[in-house]
Design a protein around this ligand. Sequence first.
Ligand SMILES: C[S@@+](CC[C@H](N)C(=O)[O-])C[C@H]1O[C@@H](n2cnc3c(N)ncnc32)[C@H](O)[C@@H]1O
Length: 267
Amino acid sequence: MNGNIGGPVSDLTLEVPKGLRRGKLRWNQQRSVASGVELLQLMATSLGHASLANVSVLDVGCGCKFTQAILDRGLPVGQYTGIDVYADMIEFLRAEVSDPRFAFHHINTHNAMYNPEGIPLSAETTLPVEQGSFDIVCGFSLFTHLAPHDYVSMLKVLRRYVKPTGHLFFSLFINEETPGGLGRVDRFKKAMQKADQARLDKYRSGFETTQREGIPDFLDAIPEQPLRVAMYSREYALKLVEGTGWRIDSVNDPLEHIQHYMICSPA
Ligand SMILES: C[S@@+](CC[C@H](N)C(=O)[O-])C[C@H]1O[C@@H](n2cnc3c(N)ncnc32)[C@H](O)[C@@H]1O
């Protein structure tokens, strides 16, 4: 299982070519795997599982991080199903991962950043997996790139695939400062203090709007890169969950490897 095409060898059980990796840590597979391990553990313990053994996970916008982490560190998982709009990466994972606990599926839904030619997402969009069959449905750094209409549609779509006793776990950008200082807004404020021009330039227009007009419901924070940073007011992020079939269990502050994250149960 060594797909080391076009990138330095890092001695991982599953090497993923650089061009097929997405997300903040795509340049460093070892760090990406380490963060994957932490996030999988966070998800398991937050949802009351000692580990993911005997747990079925549906990961939408899966990328390859969790697959690499589970395989490389021998983490227990009952069943892991990854879905993504990135066809080449899904094809790669299908070809390289023969472990029967894993399944991967491509969907062609539109995303301004990741799949601009795709078919618009709607509440009726179906996923190629069995309804009501997953203990955990998750989206890591997925809602961080969704516009409000897709945020709502995605919640409604995901709702159909969770078991009645299951949970939803997803990360998002909330437009607020946090006590731990690890959120996107905290980092922007630190960049202001350090006069970090590159970072300031990237976010300037969005944050100037916020300073002038107050926190908007939704802010596409780097307008020249649509949906790179899809940022929500806390109030709006919570309001959008209403009527999607989910009940919010908790909204949590950012940690080192994750922005704000929400945990929900079937309503
Ligand atoms: C920032 S990456 C995160 C990948 C992985 N979850 C992680 O944490 O490393 C976002 C992923 O979501 C996928 N994606 C974006 N919009 C999607 C959609 N509407 N449905 C499924 N996947 C989507 C992208 O192709 C990309 O792989």
